[in-house]
Design a protein around this ligand. Sequence first.
Ligand code: AKB
Length: 339
Amino acid sequence: MSVRTIFITGANGEIGHGLIHYLAEEGGIHIIAMDLVPLDKSIRAKCHRIVTGDILDSHLLESLSTEHDFDTIYHLAALLSTRAERQPDLAHRVNVDGTLNLLEIAITQSRLQGREIKFIYPSSIAVYGLPDIQKKITAGKVKETEWLHPRTMYGINKLYVELLGGYYSSYYRQLDAEPLKGRVDFRSVRFPGIISAVTLPNGGTSDFAPEMLHFAAQNKKYNCFVRKDVRIPFMTMPDAIDALRLLQKAPREKLTRQVYNVGSFNPSAEDVKNLILKSFPQAEISFIPDPKRQAILDSWPADVDDSAARLDWGWKPNYSLEDAFSQYLIPAVKQRYAK
Ligand code: AKB
């Protein structure tokens, strides 16, 4: 069996952990994992090569690209929405300039190998910007082409990179005399908030749901920074990995878009609290909204229309809201904190 080489940036993040576990199981893959900080022990052994470094270091990326032939690049490194609001300049550099570096590597690789290089990019519901709560309620399930007026640095970065991906795959250097051999096959999913039983997110605005769960499992009091009626879409980490897996494997000719919504369920913050209380009745969870972070969530849709992903590449979440808690999140967090 020929071995494929897959490059993952932001490998130490939440999605990186899940993705590395999944790819290692699949077999026949050399994982080159890169992150700014040393890779977690639990995933080190699953990787062929570990690189501690910065995606802004184009020399480092170029030297990796001369040493390996990448089949697919999963570009996961990013500053999430809350952190990006605190450091907008850094966010722009990492989320946009860093991605540009990676797209350049993808182009170089496609040229050298004379074939398409897949570039899988997690975008976000943060690309949407609903002007007020009334519109958010009436908008219902938002389609990929609607309400694209993000109000956060992170959302703007994600939306721009989606367009940049389109440029690199269809119009890159369109005035050159010779057409480019090979190309970048850019594919993206707009993720909702993700809840993992294993890792906690860092610097996001959808973090309130996973934080509520992990604090309850550790018997820690949690002051939730949103109103109890706030509603955005969420999915479990295994379903998020499944979405990346399905999109990566989908035949090119089946894809009618480059960027797809994916959703699973969309509980209110109070629904999440009530599900947690069923299993951790002693949990102390209060709602003390932070009006500024709340305003960001109010601009994100209450739900997304993911019918294109369902039709084109068979997307279907494995967990409903109730199953996510009873079959995955609760048993796995209990096990995690029992150690
Ligand atoms: C964040 O909250 O910034 C992320 C996201 C929704 O993309 N989790």
